[in-house]
Design a protein around this ligand. Structure first.
Ligand code: CTP
Length: 427
């Protein structure tokens, strides 16, 4: 599986190849398909078919420009539901208003998503049925971009996508190939079946319903004085992606987070902490109810022996000489959680720069968790602050699973797939 979290940009071809979701898995899930005005709109009816075959209830909305490429009647006939074509239409509003429709949706798919619509979504405009629904809905959004290769590569489009991606919008494709405009390159809308598979992933399963997932994320800050601290480069992206994915799968999620700029995923209760000892306290005050614990945080192993409540001034220190900091060891939260493990599933992360698997095996044995997710922080484009990750799952019996490079969202999905299986196995 490739990357992208929505946390997440996923290449259509890879998604199709992964086939993690068979048809029928989206039984009765409510999908709003928003069609915008690109030539690929002619594939929208096929997408309606793919979604309904997978069990979804599909409703469609269109921008005025989309009418040039596909008629509302086709979408209405295939979905069996009326199609929203106007922003303000008295008949439609009396049937199902656009806010009610935005609330109804469990997933909004924009396919094709033109450069224009992507720009509107990034900037929060609401001047047609599709952009208005996108602004009004709280459902996850999946974009299937389709456009000319130069429009796709344009910095404006890429920056707009970055903005959307940071907000958790998923994107599938575009694929490469011959384009309707005569150019060759990226810009083809992904295959409708691949989009339906991506929809299944975005919708998530209810596989973690009833579980209480406690996730730690980000780095810690160990105070040196009123201004300075010892910290690390963790951004929190991996832990936040796990929290988001767990919530999507129906779990109650508690996210104990060190300082992080990442937005709190919807449906997640976030507890902010700074130091390792605050993180430990927060974890133990939430641990009782937790059934799954994922420790993705980069916790400081040491803290200054003394933290000055005031700013340390240069003149307080011996002139012209270096300063030696005395550090004392922090508690190992993961090891302590494992000692109080009971029936819980406990997962640790091991960020390593060398001897990845061996180091993770040693850590797993020492701490006593059910799974260690090892990641090589020297891999380019992966690790601290990156959107992607390259991980190896290291299991207690010695097996390892090496995952290909993928987005942190996809790593989260893979990890939680294992949690679901483990939980099912444990009965
Ligand atoms: N961890 C923890 N408390 C600590 C240190 C680490 O709970 N004081 C957890 C991390 O959240 C992670 C796992 O232990 O899930 C491994 O963290 P890592 O920093 O890679 O390992 P350490 O045990 O600190 O070993 P080292 O720094 O020597 O690699």
């Amino acid at each position: 599986m490739p990357d992208n979290p929505l946390d997440v940009f996923v290449s259509g071809a890879n998604f199709a190849a992964s086939k993690r979701f068979s048809r029928g898995k989206m039984n009765q899930r409510r999908v709003l398909l928003a069609v915008t005005g690109g030539i690929a709109a002619y594939k929208a009816p096929e997408l309606v078919r793919a979604l309904t075959r997978a069990g979804c209830v599909v409703r469609c909305a269109m921008t005025p420009a989309a009418h040039e490429f596909v008629t509302p009647l086709v979408l209405q006939t295939l979905s069996g539901e009326s199609v929203v074509t106007e922003l303000f239409d008295l008949t439609q509003e009396s049937e199902i208003g656009h806010i009610a429709l935005a609330d109804w949706a469990e997933l909004l798919i924009v396919a094709p998503a033109t450069a224009n619509t992507i720009a509107k979504l990034a900037h929060g405009l609401a001047d047609d049925p599709v952009s208005t629904l996108a602004l009004a809905t709280r459902a996850p959004i999946l974009l299937a971009p389709a456009m000319n290769v130069n429009m796709w590569r344009h910095a404006a489009t890429q920056q707009n996508l970055e903005v959307l991606r940071a907000r958790g919008v998923r994107c599938i494709g575009p694929d490469s190939g011959e384009l309707a405009c005569g150019w060759d390159g990226e810009g083809r809308m992904s295959d409708p079946v691949a989009i339906a598979d991506a929809a299944a992933l975005a919708l998530g399963s209810e596989g973690l319903a009833g579980e209480v997932v406690l996730v730690t994320a980000g780095g810690t800050r160990e105070a040196l004085d009123a201004v300075r601290y010892l910290g690390n480069r963790s951004s929190g992206k991996m832990g936040f992606a796990i929290a988001r994915e767990a919530a999507r799968r129906g779990a109650e999620v508690i996210l104990v987070a060190g300082p992080s700029a990442v937005e709190t995923p919807s449906g997640v209760r976030r507890v902010d902490v700074e130091s390792a000892s605050e993180m430990r306290d927060a974890v133990f005050s939430e641990l009782d109810r937790a059934t799954i614990v994922v420790k993705a945080a980069a916790v400081a192993d040491f803290r200054p022996a003394e933290a000055s409540p005031r700013k340390i001034k240069k003149e307080d220190l011996p002139a012209g000489r270096g300063v030696t900091l005395e550090l004392v060891q922090n508690a190992d939260i993961l090891a302590e959680v494992c000692r109080a493990k009971g029936d819980r599933i406990v997962v640790g992360f091991a960020a390593e720069s060398h001897d990845l698997v061996e180091a993770a095996r040693r850590k797993l044995a020492r701490k006593g968790c059910d799974l260690m997710v090892a990641n090589d922080i020297t891999r380019q484009g992966a690790g601290f602050d990156a959107d992607d990750n390259v991980v190896v799952f290291v299991w207690p019996a010695g097996e390892i699973e090496e995952l290909p490079p993928m987005s942190k969202s996809d790593v989260a999905a893979q990890l939680l797939d294992r949690m679901e299986k483990l939980r099912a196995g444990k009965g």
